[in-house]
Write a protein that binds this ligand. Structure first.
Ligand code: F6P
Length: 360
């Protein structure tokens, strides 16, 4: 193995820089091979100055930094790229050019760090001959095949800290505080942070909720002198018989953007339960900041393992965490079905056991 490339695609997550650093150090130190960074996801493979050699100097001091030194793009799908042709905006498939560029660059492997969308694209590029090795990254933790993705732990800590902070005002003002959290169609951030942060109500996409059940819980607490409540609601949660709430519709380039369910829940609580209610949307604070020690540890192991996998010729595969060990699985398997909260699992049983209302 002489030359490997690395890119980060899709939404960023704390720990990306730790992956890049580990990959560069392992590639240089163990295999003596060159590493090339690709800027802004797959887009960099189509730009003249989109690829550059990564040196030890580039990765010095980046371990505790959030974001990615390579940049990323979540509209950078080479199978559907927005371009201006004859003065008109149009969607073009440039996947062949991307595959050809990896050949021109003489890459023995291209490490792609991303979530489900990016890994899906990577798998399609692999079918076209691109020497892809995948690394799973998302705060949502919704990727099958790995027990956990890096970025999730940092997001969880941020969300739990937010719930702790909301508790104090809720109690002082006898209010209901609603916190809307990220996670798309998976409720991991909300369930884990809700339990860790002592929420009274946790609403996740996997369980359609009843407004009445939510109010019942809040009123029952008030009835025993607890005149405040904390509601953790996932951006993808929806009421029984109702739809998810979106802040922006999707199109050929962007997936629809979830957002707004917190306000809907808050309005109902204030109008129907008659409790003073405030809504906070934590948003991208969950994706930012320095990665936790766990995320740095996992991301570093993933970065190093991805280089070893590339050296062994494990193309079309993804590194993953299983039973505490780093393994590798086919990309096909990683993206086949999305991971969701197990409704029979101990997380849900724990929440129910604590008397937390899950809206059902
Ligand atoms: O997938 C990560 C994530 O942060 C989701 O939790 C959220 O729905 C989405 O990305 C937000 O995407 P964007 O940064 O494009 O608004």
């Amino acid at each position: 193995m002489k030359r490997i490339g690395i890119l980060t695609g899709g939404g960023d997550a704390p720990g990306l820089n730790a992956v890049i650093r580990a990959a560069v150090k392992t590639a240089h130190g163990v295999y003596g091979c060159q590493v090339f960074g690709v800027r802004d996801g797959f887009d960099g493979l189509l730009e003249d100055d989109g690829v550059f050699e990564l040196t030890t100097e580039h990765v010095r001091g980046i371990l505790p930094r959030g974001g990615t030194i390579l940049g990323t793009a979540n509209r950078g799908n080479p199978f559907a790229r927005k371009m201006v042709v004859d003065g008109e905006e149009t969607i073009v498939d440039v996947s062949d050019e991307v595959a050809e560029r990896t050949t021109e660059l003489g890459l023995d492997a291209l490490i792609v760090v991303g979530g489900d969308g990016t890994l899906r694209i990577s798998n399609e590029l692999f079918q076209k001959g691109c020497p892809v090795v995948g690394v799973p990254n998302t705060i949502d933790n919704d990727l099958q095949g790995t027990e956990v993705t890096f970025g999730f732990d940092t997001a969880l800590n941020t969300a739990t800290d937010a719930l702790d902070r909301l508790h104090t005002t809720a109690e002082a003002h006898h209010r209901v505080m609603v916190l809307e959290l990220m996670g798309r169609d998976a409720g991991f951030i909300t369930l884990h942070a809700g339990v860790a942060g002592g929420a009274d109500v946790i609403l996740i996409p996997e369980i359609a909720f009843s407004f009445e059940k939510v109010c019942e819980k809040i009123k029952q607490r008030a009835g025993v002198g607890r005149h405040f409540s904390i509601v953790a609601v996932s951006e993808g949660a929806h009421p029984i018989g109702g739809d998810q709430v979106f802040s922006r519709a999707g199109d050929e380039l962007f997936v629809a953007r979830l957002g707004g369910i917190g306000q809907v829940v808050g309005k109902f609580i204030s109008q129907v339960c008659g409790m003073e209610t405030r809504v906070t949307v934590l948003g991208h604070l969950q994706r930012g900041g320095t990665p936790t020690a766990f995320d740095r540890w996992l991301a570093t192991r993933f970065g190093s393992a991805a280089v070893r996998l590339a050296a062994e010729g494990g193309l079309g595969r993804m590194v993953a965490l299983r039973e505490g060990n780093i393994i590798d699985i086919p990309l096909d398997e990683a993206i086949s079905t999305p991971k969701r909260v197990d409704l029979e699992g101990d997380g849900i049983l724990t929440a129910r056991g604590l008397g937390i209302c899950l809206g059902d």
